[in-house]
Design a protein around this ligand. Sequence first.
Ligand code: FAD
Length: 294
Amino acid sequence: MVASRFVAGITMEDAIHAVLGLNQKGINVTLDYLGENISNAKDAENSTQAILKIIDEIDERKVRANVSIKLTQIGMSIDRDLCEKQLVQILEFAQEKKNFVRIDMEDSQYVDATLQLYRLMRKVYGFENTGVVIQSYLYRSRADIENLLQTGARVRLCKGAYDESAAVAYPRKKDVDHAYDLLTDHLLQGSISANIPRISEDGRIPPIPAIATHDPARIQHAKDSAKRLNFPKNALEFQMLYGIRRELQDDCVREGYPVRVYVPFGTQWYPYFMRRLAERPANLWFFVSNLIRN
Ligand SMILES: Cc1cc2nc3c(=O)[nH]c(=O)nc-3n(C[C@H](O)[C@H](O)[C@H](O)COP(=O)(O)OP(=O)(O)OC[C@H]3O[C@@H](n4cnc5c(N)ncnc54)[C@H](O)[C@@H]3O)c2cc1C
């Protein structure tokens, strides 16, 4: 019950219910079937089947949604080749259904492997229907984004949600925020070099820059930079998490920007929920007071 602030529910029907509500408000969705760090091949295959089912359901129900996945959900932490096989299966099916798959970024030990697999999918397998995530707290992200933009990659930019050491990530929020604005500007420039692709009519294929944050100052910076560069509004999108800063989501929609909400669902909600609690101490009080009340 307490997790339901951040998680749309357990079943596919719960998820579709949330998608329909958001679509009605003019908000697109990326659906996340919760799960990460699975420990055996069978679980990786089961996750893949569940993800295929989501892609199929989006197609059947004609909703404005794509999907987000984690590579450790489909085997990255146990067997890289198994993960590659699952990912190809997912991207092939998404391509058939004209949909898009965003590969979430996990903790720093997986960044190299994630970017390598992403490049392999684009370059060797030729999939265009996938994008990746860059975290502004990592020192390496500027170089990563520059490389990615050379191939017209669609990039979701977030601050980063894992507990990283100062050896790899900025410890101070101020530096993470500064890096975020710089990387936003890189993404906008990269989009110009790729002829400024727009979001698809059905809301499924995102533009190059996906600005994923609930921080009003970061959002304002992106809007100001985009305006200065004469960007059409539908050539960038703002992304936020289910249940967080709904009024900001609505404001961006009202101003005419595409907004996509990340909607997680499924039984494996614990690690996702813990990350949401950890990034905002006030959530702990919310959580504890609900526990006491129930
Ligand atoms: C669509 C989307 C996809 C993401 N994908 C990834 C990913 O693939 N990999 C990854 O590492 N991280 C991902 N994240 C998480 C991200 O890295 C941050 O941890 C998270 O967004 C909080 O940072 P913030 O940018 O909102 O800024 P903050 O400065 O942390 O927060 C700004 C404001 O947002 C609100 N807020 C932020 N978090 C919460 C919360 N948990 N509960 C309540 N209010 C909150 C508060 O009002 C806060 O003042 C994603 C975030 C989004 C929006």
